[in-house]
Design a protein around this ligand. Structure first.
Ligand code: NAP
Length: 399
């Protein structure tokens, strides 16, 4: 969850200013992250919400790390102490024993906390672990013909469950770390414009916590950001340019943004940027979440933007405030004539958030609107959408 598509910049359409900026950004990377101080953390959902969404503000020395609205921030998280402790206890290993990773020496505790993915269970993890335990049941599970059983086993389980359910008689620290991959960085769409918040970068993060197979589970990075760094301490970060999710260069071009849940993040950055640059193009936001009174992320900011005339239109879909679900795509359909008119006026159409269901349903709604309002057959509507994509006016940041 929360691991997003990483879009690598291709150099063909970069102008020289962007190339310079990219050169600055390359200074910070996974190998050489920037230590950003946490300035602020605010819970965005009110009491009673099923969701836990947090707003974070990090300090950046402007010259050290730059970004644009639409870019993402990669965070190098630390694993949860209790999960590290459970693994050490279960394997009866000494947390202070020294282990080598590549050419560097670490204590086992440090390595499990900062460097290795100690949770994600996969076929390769099970295969590697089984080289040490040689368990018949695991042997069967990793056979190509038992893909379905493997999928069922992995579902809701983590490495700790494997260690617990198939204990090794003896497992060295080197053997333990050899079954794990490197801890990947997590990417979040940046929720601020650097022009509105010089020297800062903001994130909107959905905190992942759930219970499976008798254990509490925690999203590694989201709970790191929610629980394990304190204000004034530093998180290791770097910027990932997302050249494919940018505002139109022409400031008069209208934009339509569809961002339910944490998908709202880049649109806060976009609106702040449009205001800061004096862009005159119309801005239309579709936002959705479970309940109006507790899940309206950044509500007062949107109301201010509306009052100031920066936000031209705001349509909201609170899915659980009534018996039938109402989603952002229902609001698009309610406004189909106007939405089509905006597209005809050259509007860019942006979508951010859940890739599995929402992005496809929004895409279906877009096709329906074009068919209905443009008076097109299905094929023509498809071609219309394809043209939007070819013109880079239909842009998605979905994960
Ligand atoms: P979210 O779970 O995406 O929910 C935001 C709003 O979208 C809710 O009102 C939700 O309604 C609604 N929604 C659910 N299905 C939808 C659909 N097919 N089309 C349009 N709207 C739909 O928001 P979030 O909590 O901020 O998400 C956090 C993270 O989890 C994101 O990264 C998201 O992509 C990811 N996520 C992934 C999945 C998945 O299956 N891949 C599912 C949920 C979340 P209801 O909840 O009332 O149905």
């Amino acid at each position: 969850m929360n691991i997003k598509e990483v879009i690598t910049p291709d150099s063909t359409t970069f102008n020289s200013a962007q190339n310079n900026k990219q050169a600055t950004q390359q200074k910070y990377s996974r190998k050489n992250p920037y230590p950003a101080e946490l300035l602020e953390r605010v819970k965005l959902n009110a009491e009673g919400s099923e969701k836990e969404t947090i707003h974070l503000e990090f300090k950046l020395e402007e010259a050290a790390l730059t970004y644009e609205a639409g870019d993402s921030l990669a965070v190098l998280a630390h694993n949860a102490d209790d999960v590290v402790k459970d693994i050490i206890t279960l394997t009866k290993l000494n947390p202070n024993s020294l282990v080598q990773l590549k050419d560097e020496s670490y204590t086992l505790l440090d390595l499990l906390t900062r460097k290795l993915d100690i949770t994600t269970l996969s076929l390769s993890v099970i295969k590697r672990y089984n080289e040490f335990v040689k368990d018949e049941q695991l042997e069967k599970l990793i056979k190509p013909e038992n893909k379905c059983d493997l999928k069922n086993y992995i579902q809701g389980r983590e490495i700790i469950d494997l260690l617990y359910e198939f204990p090794a008689k003896e497992l060295s620290a080197d053997a333990l770390i050899s079954i794990m991959r490197k801890l990947p960085s997590r990417l979040y769409s940046i929720a601020s414009s650097p022009k509105a918040h010089p020297g800062e970068v903001h994130l909107t993060v959905g905190v992942v916590r759930y219970h499976t197979h008798g254990r509490e589970r925690k999203g590694v990075c989201s709970t790191y950001l929610a629980d394990r760094i304190s204000k004034g301490s530093k998180a290791e970060v770097f910027v990932t340019i997302n050249k494919k999710f940018k505002l139109p260069v022409n400031k008069e071009t209208p934009i339509i943004m569809v961002g339910p849940g944490t998908g709202i993040a880049p649109f806060r950055a976009f609106i702040e940027e449009r205001k800061a640059t004096g862009a005159t193009g119309k801005n239309w936001l579709f936002f959705g979440n479970q309940n109006y009174s507790i899940d309206f992320l950044y509500q007062s900011e949107w109301e201010n933007f509306l009052n100031e005339g920066i936000l031209t239109k705001l349509d909201v879909a609170f899915s659980r405030d009534q018996k039938e679900k109402i989603y952002v795509q229902n609001r698009m359909l309610d406004n189909s004539r106007e939405l089509y008119n905006w597209l005809e006026q050259g509007a860019y159409f942006y979508v951010c958030g859940d890739a599995t269901h929402m992005a496809n349903d929004v895409d279906d709604a877009l096709h329906i609107i074009i068919e209905k309002e443009g008076g097109f057959e299905q094929d023509k509507a498809k071609a219309y959408v394809k043209k939007l994509k070819d013109q880079k006016r239909y842009l998605r940041d979905v994960y």
